[in-house]
Unconditional design. Structure first.
Length: 331
């Protein structure tokens, strides 16, 4: 697997961002100028930012995101993006005066762009590829064009890898359409280019409806809110093996589907262990994702599916639009 994470920042609120990201503060959200979808995110929170744990220690990471600076003037040097090995910062991308960006590892600045590498009050798509090592290498692309590239020490720990990504920025920095890849596998293992993340919601009953509605008899209308409304309405079960699948809004696009991120907001309401998995239903077959622990407070089950589980090949538009997605109680 190479595609580790995607986020369009549309399906959750600022208060719920700690359900999505594992460490740090919270996002501020803006509906004023999202690049795509309904929202974009400002991960400032006193420059601490929010962090994503990748689940692997990768020697090579590629990260892309749309970047918008809403300040009236270029700010001083500040973190935009940082890679960590545990708690040790390996490398950072910073923005600063005159619209410059620079790549820093520890106190050593590896490279700095020319002025106006980025613009104020305009979306630009930023991608950074890093091979961690001593020496390692880096390449920065802005709007798909290589702006910086070179080699040098790209680590501060003793490991040639990173397993956390942290998004930062002052109050005027916004991000949208985020992806994170490593270089494993045969798909999505290098720069993806200027991409967008499309968010869709349940819009009809599915084929398997084994959970119980909190009210009424219609299932999908109880779980189609953005953001999730928690205990206002929901479906529930105490039965191991109970499965719930729903139909989702169709998408239209030009280009390829590089991956599908599946999310379900869920909690348990009593003592004891509960585990669940995400379900993708293609045709008449349910395909299980990894078994995940359910917490006492609401959090998200999360999974990225690079390929259609029925074919093992990248998703086609018609395959995605005809698929159903849902949840199964596992324990």
């Amino acid at each position: 697997m190479a595609l580790r994470w995607i986020d369009g920042f549309d399906h959750y609120s600022a208060a719920h961002s700690s359900r999505i990201y594992e460490d740090g503060g919270i996002f501020s959200m803006s509906t004023t100028f999202p690049r795509t979808g309904t929202q974009c995110a400002n991960p400032h929170y006193h420059d601490y930012g929010v962090s994503k744990y990748l689940g692997v220690s990768a020697n090579v990471l590629i990260l892309g995101f749309a970047y918008y600076n809403d300040n009236g003037a270029f700010p001083g040097w500040h973190n935009i993006l940082r890679f960590f090995d545990g708690t040790t910062e390996q490398l950072a991308l910073e923005g600063g005066p005159e619209g410059r960006m620079r790549i820093r590892s520890g106190s050593n600045v590896l490279a700095t762009t020319q002025p106006l590498a980025y613009s104020l009050k305009q979306w630009q798509y930023v991608e950074l590829k890093v091979t961690f090592g001593a020496p390692g290498s880096y390449e920065l692309r802005i709007n798909t064009k290589t702006t910086l590239s070179g080699s040098g020490t790209t680590r501060q720990s003793t490991n040639n890898s990173a397993n956390w990504v942290r998004l930062n920025g002052p109050n005027g920095d916004f991000v949208d359409d985020l992806y994170i890849c490593d270089n494993s596998g045969t798909l999505n293992n290098d720069f993806l280019g200027d991409i967008k993340v499309v968010t869709v919601y349940p819009n009809a009953e599915g084929s398997v409806l084994e959970w119980t509605p909190s009210s009424g008899s219609t299932h999908y209308t109880l779980v189609d809110e953005a953001p999730a409304n928690d205990d206002t309405d929901y479906v529930y079960t105490s039965t191991v093996g109970a499965t719930e699948t729903l139909n989702f809004q169709d998408i239209t696009l030009t280009g390829s589907i590089l991956g599908v991120g599946q999310f379900a907001c869920i909690r348990k309401d009593d003592a004891g262990t509960r585990e669940a998995c995400l379900i993708c239903r293609v045709g008449n077959t349910n395909y299980e994702g990894p078994q995940q622990t359910v917490n006492n407070t609401y959090s998200y089950l999360k999974q990225v599916r690079e390929t259609n589980p029925a074919t093992g090949a990248p998703w086609t538009l018609s395959e995605f639009n005809s698929a159903q997605f849902g949840v199964r109680m596992k324990a």
